[in-house]
Design a protein around this ligand. Structure first.
Ligand SMILES: Nc1ncnc2c1ncn2[C@@H]1O[C@H](COP(=O)(O)OP(=O)(O)OP(=O)(O)O)[C@@H](O)[C@H]1O
Ligand SMILES: [Mg+2]
Length: 396
């Protein structure tokens, strides 16, 4: 091996390499020099980076300092046994995978070591191929552990972010509710005054026109105040039960009337099995919001369909439009309060968050997707059991 840039393990006395050699992939600990050197050579020849030490304490030091993926340890060592080493390793470097190499193997001992966290127990004398195969498996296991840890760290970060957003939303909600509360009464009074004045200036077309504009503006403001109150959970939610098909029918008629000539075709296709299910009346506002969004998206073109069906233990209500869909970077934001892509005065960005909150109140969940074939599907999933337990039995 002379001339090679790798250190010659056979040429060293005592530890072939020291704890300062970092980073180590495989750490060998054995109190017998001949074993250390043999293992070091075998592992290095297979291309692994190897650190060797004499005692369990040194091994722990190396593990604490750097990233040791696999530890190959002797069992009978002084002052710290291989067993004790594994126990401590599991507490401080849980992703290091330990392999035990012992001259004193027994089934009981192997079971005990595995229970402690040993990945495998090999009995000396041991062939190089067997050692290498076990180390390879242990490295793969380490990789899997690492990937798992990575995923867990990412999930924790995401959860932290989600909590931050929730706290922010709660603050916005409180603020909005406060403002809306304060606006509610003066707004009501102003609307009443405008209505009264309109009656008095019937004969003045110009004044009437101005008052009509003021009236429309005030109604829009009242609408926004109502949305803010609903969003901040200040408004009472209509819980009175109403058959699903009737509720959807009323929402379609309401949106068609409001949009008048700009209304696209809207139809409902509700399975008979769920048509008569009594859902809370507050769902009307949800369906209305979704129909309005769909109508805005398809600009009067195509057909908007509301379907209702039973899938497993859920009533699925879907509003499908054939509009342009939602861009990939916009999609994750549509449930954010005040997020809108519409022109000022056209949207407050509260329709979807309010709907999601209402659906949540009814024990369900909302989702939105844009299939590759085009358009948008918004799904409201309600727990079937809550709104018609007999319906689940009927279906099965
Ligand atoms: N069916 C749909 N097709 C395309 N985009 C949609 C659809 N539904 C929602 N969106 C997008 O999601 C955004 C948020 O919708 P949301 O209903 O919360 O607010 P808005 O419609 O903009 O305003 P508001 O409902 O308060 O009047 C919309 O601005 C739009 O970009
Ligand atoms: Mg909307």
């Amino acid at each position: 091996m002379s001339g090679s840039t790798r250190p010659d393990p056979l040429a060293t006395s005592g530890p072939a390499r020291t704890a300062d050699t970092a980073p180590a992939n495989v750490l060998v600990v054995d109190d017998k020099e001949i074993v250390r050197n043999f293992l070091c050579e075998v592992l290095e020849l297979a291309g692994h980076r190897v650190t060797v030490v004499e005692t369990g304490r040194d091994a722990l030091d190396v593990c604490h300092k750097g990233q040791v993926q696999v530890l190959v340890t002797d069992l009978r060592m002084e002052p710290m046994s291989g067993q004790e080493l594994i126990r401590r390793l599991k507490a401080h470097s849980p992703s290091t995978v330990p392999i035990v190499l012992t001259g004193y193997g027994s089934v009981e001992r192997t079971v005990e070591l595995m229970r402690l966290g040993a990945f495998d127990v090999l009995t000396k004398p041991c062939r190089a191929t067997e050692i290498l195969a076990t180390v390879e498996k242990a490295l793969a296991h380490h990789e899997a552990l690492d990937a798992n840890q990575d995923l867990r760290t990412r999930l924790e970060a995401q959860e932290g972010k989600r909590q931050q957003i929730q706290e922010k939303l709660a603050m916005i909600g409180k603020l909005a509710a406060g403002v809306a509360h304060e606006l509610n009464n003066p707004l009501d009074a102003t609307l009443r005054c405008v209505r009264l004045t309109k009656d008095r200036v019937k004969d003045d077309p110009e004044a009437s026109e101005y008052l009509d504009l003021a009236h429309a503006g005030l109604l829009r403001m009242a609408d926004i105040v109502q949305s803010l109150l609903t969003f901040s959970r200040e408004a009472a939610v209509e819980q009175a039960p109403q058959p699903l098909d009737e509720l959807v029918g009323e929402a379609i008629t309401g949106v068609a009337l409001a949009l008048d000539t700009a209304a696209p075709r809207m139809r409902q296709d509700i399975d008979t099995i769920v048509a008569g299910v009594h859902v809370p009346r507050g769902l009307h506002q949800v369906v209305t919001n979704l129909l309005r969004n769909a109508a805005d998206a398809c600009e009067g073109e195509g057909t908007i369909t509301v379907t209702g069906r039973l899938v497993d233990d859920e009533i699925l209500l879907e509003v499908t439009d054939l509009g342009p869909g939602i861009a990939e970077d916009v999609l994750p934001r549509v449930f954010e309060p005040f997020f809108t892509t519409k022109d000022p005065g056209k949207g407050t960005g509260l329709g979807l968050p309010i709907s999601a909150r209402l659906v949540e109140k009814f024990g369900g969940a909302m989702s939105i997707e844009c299939p590759a074939s085009g358009g948008t599907i918004v799904t409201v999933a309600l727990p079937a059991e809550r709104y018609g337990a007999d319906l689940v039995q009927e279906a099965s």
